[in-house]
Design a protein around this ligand. Sequence first.
Ligand code: PEP
Ligand code: MG
Length: 535
Amino acid sequence: METFKGNKIHGGIAIGTVLFYSREQRKIARRRVDDVDKELARLDEAKRATVCRLQELCQRAREAADNQSAQIFESHLVMLEDYDLNTAIANIIKNQGVNAEYAVAVTGDSFVARFENIEDEYFRARGEDIRDVTERVIDALMGDANRLEVFEPSIIAAHDLTPSETLKTDKTKLLAFVTQKGSVNSHTAILSRAMNIPAVSGIDVKAEWDKRTAIVDGHSGIFILEPDDETIESYRSLQKNDERQARLLSRLKGVKTVAKNGRPLRLYANAGSLDDIDAALDNDAEGIGLLRTEFIFMGSPQMPTEQQQFEIYRRAVQKMAGKKLIIRTLDIGADKQLPYMALSKEDNPAMGCRAIRLCLARPELFKTQLRAIFRAGVYGDVSVMYPMIASVDEVRRIKRLADEVKEELANENIAYGSVEQGIMVETPAAAIISDILAKEVDFFSIGTNDLTQYTLAIDRQNSDLGEFFDSRHEAVLRLIKMTVDNAHSVGIWAGVCGELASDLSLVPKLVDMGVDELSVAAGMVLQVRKAVCEG
Ligand code: PEP
Ligand code: MG
């Protein structure tokens, strides 16, 4: 038995078998399939998605006058249609009755090997192109980053996990996460909280742990490899204790969230999927204070169309059945990437062309999302919220685009709802000019994760800096207070949707500051209600 001490990411206890995951070693399992035609149709669909992706990349390269890259993507499009390659893949599926990703992978390997043995450098390079094309088709089949295949309940041990890897894993098979990288405020950590999966980071994870029994104690940030029977027993009783606590908390369902001073608070939940909305409602959240739409986009092999987005938002608002749903527009950039968007690499992506900057740079993308959100507004209480605002000019530009969208919908006789517009206050600039911004919008939602990162100049992703990343820092608390006061002075509301909202010992202070709304992971709703009511 070996015990390792790491960082607490999300509470809870898991006992089970380790599945070691390494991004470099994507394992493509050979699976027998019953329905070969269905598998061939899957392959066709993946090829279609790959064509779209390559065409988009090609166009992007042309726009950037990068002819060399455009030619490479064009040659990949031609390769994708290669008769020999496609016949070989289809034959493996048909003759062996196996899954498409396996057929693509073995065909790719054998074609690459053929090219690698040719002396001519030009032809050897073509082998690399075949590798690239077949990898893209496999990405489309498995979901770009879904290289983490979990077939039985497992403790996932990995050096690090990206949000999309985390998102695309079958939640029902996840017992816990143990990673080396991953700070408390990284998006992967946020996702583990949203899924209510115990998680510990800062552990020097080893490949040889694969398939061994382990315990993850998310309450104390402890990982135990090959625990003895006595330790397993004591952790089983701790698990039972957690279950008892959860039962006690469930008595708070239906109870109003009212602070000791008699002031009611709105207790909302954060969500990144329709499943999260179900979890929020199960935990008696009074609304959704932050729907991170980029997580929905990450689950899609290509950019969702207006109609696809509209269907998702409409289903979300219908699930809410009259309760408020605050949809945040795309917050892409830094650790949250959409592979099909091909964003250019930046030296400092957390400060780069992300979130609202990206949307303002690509108005067609932004307007498509706004159209879908406004249309969904017909079905219930929908608000929209814009991330990473730093200036009044940005807000005015957004409002002009939103007005254009409404006018266009009206001209097309397409119904849209009345949707309140708010901003996230998550840059120090927004907090400092919140008196001016408050006159422009309907509400503020304070994003303490980024507000802490930018105020303290500490990378929220860097787990080595965990001891310095302090959302309770006086500078952050003063910015929160200033923002809330400025909101109230013009009669709008201000909430907190960053992780600080579920810091139970700080909740009474946020209440005292006059915060009107707290939005937290679904699994934290009842604990926060208890903290608000008990003061
Ligand atoms: C925040 O920054 O506090 C926030 C809620 O947004 P995200 O964590 O998605 O960046
Ligand atoms: Mg943020």
